[in-house]
Each structure stands twice: as structure tokens, then as C-alpha cells.
Ligand binder design. Structure first.
Ligand SMILES: NC(=O)c1ccc[n+]([C@@H]2O[C@H](COP(=O)([O-])OP(=O)(O)OC[C@H]3O[C@@H](n4cnc5c(N)ncnc54)[C@H](OP(=O)(O)O)[C@@H]3O)[C@@H](O)[C@H]2O)c1
Length: 504
């Protein structure tokens, strides 16, 4: 993209800036390793050239950057916990400029970028999607990259990014809040997918349902419950779990009507179960939680007593102990990153299941075209279909088993109809499907999630002070301390990974 440069003296579309005043941020480039850690080179007081940018790109001067857990995993070479956080040196000596959560001002616009102009304030959508996804469904792009993890990010005085990841924000959105739209969007995306599937399968209003947030003390879970409450879901209809008593107490202090319990304490689990089951019976949910958001990445078995037939079980957490290749349902690649929905046969007829799957497809993928459907039986020639690059939106598996590579037939966002899968899995799909839950993967954000966040802000339901986060300033100290705080997240005394505010 950068080959096609437009910032020549005859064709300037950039702000006239005094480059001597610009300083590169510390940590802008990864240059060396020592004791297994990556050190970012400290480049300060270095006047730089106005960066070269392509016709599809913009130049952004960041005003606020937030540090995400993925940045720390990339920095610490903890690549197992993030799919794109490869060893930074694997991209040659330079590595990628980090950071993907932030807000900045547009300083230059490539000639193909029609939606933005110099001076616009933008937040970053970190998914660099390709045009293979339905409009606005960025999370379903088959060939996505992530800003700052698979390509250069925001961590420099002037950052060059594809124009399509810069989202203009209105005056009512503070820089701090805008910088959090990216992670907040992950949470909104998860409950939006849950609501879409729930409303399609039950014809009931999801805002009147009950929600369980497994990992409500975490960042994704904490943001999910904040935005669900902003969306009008009553606190008393949300059950939040965690494992750290102090964080659970902080959560209860902030939201007194929330149902909160410690997953590691069986007595608490039993108490909550006894309290909520009669209410769930009375309110027509058959004694089971209708919507679960799994946001821990850990074994969710402790919450199984709460789920049952028809529960929409959204998995957003990425398993920290993936056992790749045991069987095709065993890893989160199949469910989370590919955003599949899995329905079980139960005692339903094929026509009923196809009708439900088509309705879910229309709501969660696109209305613009009919889904492509395949029923697999023992005579289906899967290798041939794959060789022909024949992929499907809905696949009904009637083979009684899982032939090799069967999962490759299903597109991202696609819907599986199948029997429960046997296997030793960190995501116990077998047990969930035996209970006839509807399993839904959730990954990244879509345009509609940005629209939801924007309207929550516009209508005064969401503001930066409602989020369980703290932002750090542009300084070496700030970044060091942000990294340290994110690292401490697992043992820290805080509500979310950036929740210093709640530390005391
Ligand atoms: N799908 C996506 O697009 C996407 C995007 C971002 C993140 N993620 C994934 O979402 C998950 C949560 O991320 P996060 O940033 O919110 O992490 P986080 O802030 O560290 O939160 C983790 C949550 O898991 C709980 N937890 C810790 N150990 C546990 C255990 N052994 N059993 C059950 N729960 C346990 C924590 O409880 P306590 O804090 O109370 O101990 C906390 O509530 C991660 O797997 C992450 O990779 C997915």
C-alpha cells in the first residue's frame, strides 16, 4: 500500500506541520532481546520526516493510547495467549510498532479515503478487514490483520494506518472514552451476538432476559456488564462471577443489586443457584439462565448448573490451555475466532433446524443473500469440495462422526447443526451440547457495535467514568506503569486489567 505514495510536493493532502517539534514516542520500535524480554528502543528528541502514506491510508497524531493485555503479551513474548501476538522479531529486526487502542487527529488523508478529512478526531477499530466480509461485519473477514500486532500500530508521533480502521467520533465522546471503544466493542459484540441469537430463537425481548457474565471481574466481563446496564438490562438480572474476593466485593460495591459469586467457592455457587432458580422459573426461563457470556478463557464447568436447553452460551474468552488438533470442536479457533454458532439436533426435525439456522444467518451474517447450505452424510466427498473451494454458511452434519477437515467447509460466522462432540476439551463442547445450549463464538467488533456505543454515549447512558479502567499518558513512565499494571492483572486488587481507580 505504501508504494503508492501521494505526499509529494505537488499533491499534498496533509497538514503542514513543524516536524522539529515532533518527537517519536519511546517504545516505538522493537530492536533487541535480553533475558527473553523484548526492549523497545528509546527514540526521543528525534525530528522525523512526515511519514509516507498510501492512497488508502491516513496519518494520525494520537492523543490518547491505551495499553491492552495483547500489547503486554506481545511485549513479553507471551505469544500463546494471543493469536496475533507473534514474537515481534519474527517480522525481521524491526517488529511492529505497538498499540491499537486509541484516539487521534487525522493529519493526512490518502486520495482513496473519502470518508475522512484532515482535522477529524478518530478512534481506532483494530481489525484490518479485507473486503470478503458482508458490509459492516468486519469480524467475519477471512483475512483480517490486527493493528499493532500484525502490522504497525499507533505507538508513534505520527501513525500511518489504513483509512478504514479510523472511525470518526463526535464531540460528546472524550478521548479517554474513544480510546476504549475498541475493547468495549469486544464486550458489546458478545452481548449483541447473544441478543441477536436469543431473539431469533425465542422471539422474546433480550433486554428482559437474565444474563450471566462469567468473568465479570475481568476487563471484557466488566465492560460487558457496564454496557449491558447502560443498555437497560436491570442489575438484578445479571449474575457476575470471578475468582478474586476483593474484585468481587468491588463489583458489588459499584453495582449493589448485581448477583455476584466466587466460582471457586462451591457454597456461594449453591447459594446463588438456590436464590435465582425460583425467580428464573417464575419469570418463564425454565429455571435456567437464558444468556451466558463466557469471558474468562477458563473451564466454565462451575457455571453449568445454571445453563440448559435453549441457553445462548456466547464464548468470547480464549482458552489459555488450547489443545490443538484433538478434535475439531476442541479449540477456540473453531468457535471463537471463527464466530460459529452451533445448534444440536435434539428432537427437532431438519426443516425446523434449517429455518432457525437461516434466521440466525440473516440476523448475524447478512440479509443480502441466501445462505449456502450443505448436508453431509457418509457419501459426501469433503476433499473434493475443499479442492473446489466450495464453502458453506450452514452445514448439517449427519455422518455421526467428524471426518477430517470437515470444519474447513464452514465459513466464518457460519452455523453448524450437529450432535454433541466427544473429546477431551478445554472448552467442554460435549457437555454444553448435551444440555442443548446454543453455542455462539464472538470475536472482535462490527460496525453495529460502534453504533450501539455511540448511541449509549449520545443518550448519556455511557461515559468514561462508568468504565472499569484507567488510561495512561504519553510518557515512558506512563507506559512502564501501564505495562506493569496489566501484568499485575491476574493477582492485582482491581476490577479490570486497567482498573487502578478501584485499587484502594
Ligand atoms: N474474542 C475476542 O475478541 C477477545 C478479545 C479480547 C479478549 N479476549 C479474551 O477474553 C478473555 C478475558 O480477557 P480479559 O482481558 O477480560 O482478561 P482479565 O481481565 O484477566 O479477566 C479474566 C477473568 O477470568 C477470571 N479468572 C481468572 N482465573 C480464572 C479461573 N481459573 N477460572 C475461572 N475464571 C478465572 C478472572 O477472575 P478474577 O479476576 O476475579 O480472578 C477475570 O474475571 C481472555 O481469554 C482473552 O484472551 C477475547
Amino acid at each position: 500500500m505504501k508504494e503508492d505514495i501521494i505526499n509529494t510536493s505537488n499533491n499534498r493532502m496533509e497538514e503542514n506541520m513543524d516536524m522539529k517539534k515532533l518527537r517519536r514516542l519511546p517504545y516505538a520500535h522493537v530492536v533487541s532481546t535480553e533475558n527473553g524480554y523484548i526492549f523497545f528502543n528509546r527514540l526521543v528528541n528525534v525530528p522525523i520526516e512526515f511519514p509516507r502514506y498510501g492512497t488508502d491510508e491516513v496519518v494520525i497524531q494520537p492523543s490518547v493510547i491505551a495499553v491492552c493485555g495483547s500489547d503486554v503479551h506481545a511485549h513479553d513474548q507471551d505469544s500463546g495467549t494471543h493469536p496475533f501476538a507473534k514474537h515481534p522479531l519474527s517480522n525481521g529486526e524491526k517488529g511492529f510498532i505497538p498499540f491499537h487502542e486509541g484516539v487521534g487527529i487525522i493529519k493526512a488523508v490518502g486520495s482513496n479515503v473519502k470518508s475522512l478529512k484532515i482535522g477529524d478526531r478518530v478512534a481506532i477499530e483494530s481489525t484490518i478487514f479485507s473486503d470478503d466480509c458482508p458490509p459492516g461485519r468486519w469480524s467475519q473477514s477471512e483475512k483480517m490483520k490486527i493493528v499493532g500486532l500484525g502490522t504497525d500500530g499507533l505507538g508513534s508521533e505520527l501513525a500511518v494506518l489504513p483509512g478504514k480502521v479510523a472511525v470518526r467520533i463526535s464531540k460528546g465522546v472524550s478521548d479517554e472514552l474513544g480510546a476504549q471503544f475498541e475493547p468495549l466493542g469486544v464486550s458489546v459484540h458478545a452481548w449483541m451476538r447473544a441478543m441477536n441469537v436469543y431473539e431469533t430463537t425465542t422471539k422474546k425481548d433480550a433486554r428482559e432476559a437474565w444474563f450471566m457474565i462469567n468473568g465479570g471481574t475481568g476487563s471484557v466481563g466488566g465492560l460487558a456488564l457496564t454496557s449491558l446496564i447502560a443498555e437497560g438490562v436491570p442489575e438484578e438480572h445479571i449474575i457476575a462471577t470471578g475468582t478474586t474476593p476483593a474484585k468481587l466485593e468491588a463489583l458489588k460495591e459499584k453495582y449493589p443489586k448485581l448477583n455476584v459469586f466466587n466460582l471457586t467457592d462451591k457454597t456461594q455457587t449453591q447459594e446463588i443457584l438456590e436464590q435465582v432458580t425460583p425467580r428464573l422459573e417464575l419469570e418463564g426461563f425454565g429455571g435456567k439462565i437464558p444468556i451466558v457470556i463466557e469471558a474468562t478463557g477458563h473451564d466454565p464447568r462451575p457455571i453449568f448448573p445454571f445453563v440448559g436447553k435453549g441457553t445462548v452460551f456466547v464464548v468470547v474468552g480464549l482458552s489459555s490451555d488450547l489443545q490443538q488438533g484433538e478434535n475439531l470442536m476442541d479449540n477456540n479457533n473453531f468457535v471463537v475466532r471463527s464466530q460459529r454458532t452451533i445448534l444440536t439436533f435434539g428432537n427437532k426435525k431438519d426443516e425446523q433446524l434449517i429455518k432457525t439456522a437461516k434466521a440466525i444467518f440473516e440476523k448475524t451474517v447478512t440479509k443480502e443473500r441466501e445462505p449456502k447450505i450443505l448436508t453431509i452424510d457418509s457419501s459426501t466427498d469433503i476433499p473434493n469440495l475443499l479442492a473446489e473451494r466450495d464453502y458453506f454458511d450452514i452445514v448439517i452434519n449427519r455422518t455421526g462422526s467428524f471426518p477430517e477437515d470437515i470444519d474447513k467447509l464452514l465459513k466464518k460466522g457460519g452455523i453448524w447443526i450437529t450432535q454433541p462432540i466427544k473429546g477431551n476439551s478445554p472448552l467442554p463442547t460435549q457437555e454444553l451440547l448435551e444440555r442443548e445450549v446454543i453455542l455462539v463464538g464472538s470475536w472482535g467488533r462490527d460496525k453495529e457495535d460502534w453504533d450501539v456505543m455511540a448511541s449509549q454515549v449520545r443518550e448519556g447512558r455511557l461515559s468514561a467514568d462508568k468504565l472499569p479502567i484507567t488510561l495512561f499518558e504519553f510518557s515512558e513512565e506512563g507506559l512502564n506503569s501501564a505495562f506493569e499494571n496489566v501484568r499485575k492483572g491476574k493477582v492485582g486488587f482491581k476490577m479490570g486489567r486497567r482498573a487502578e481507580k478501584y485499587v484502594n
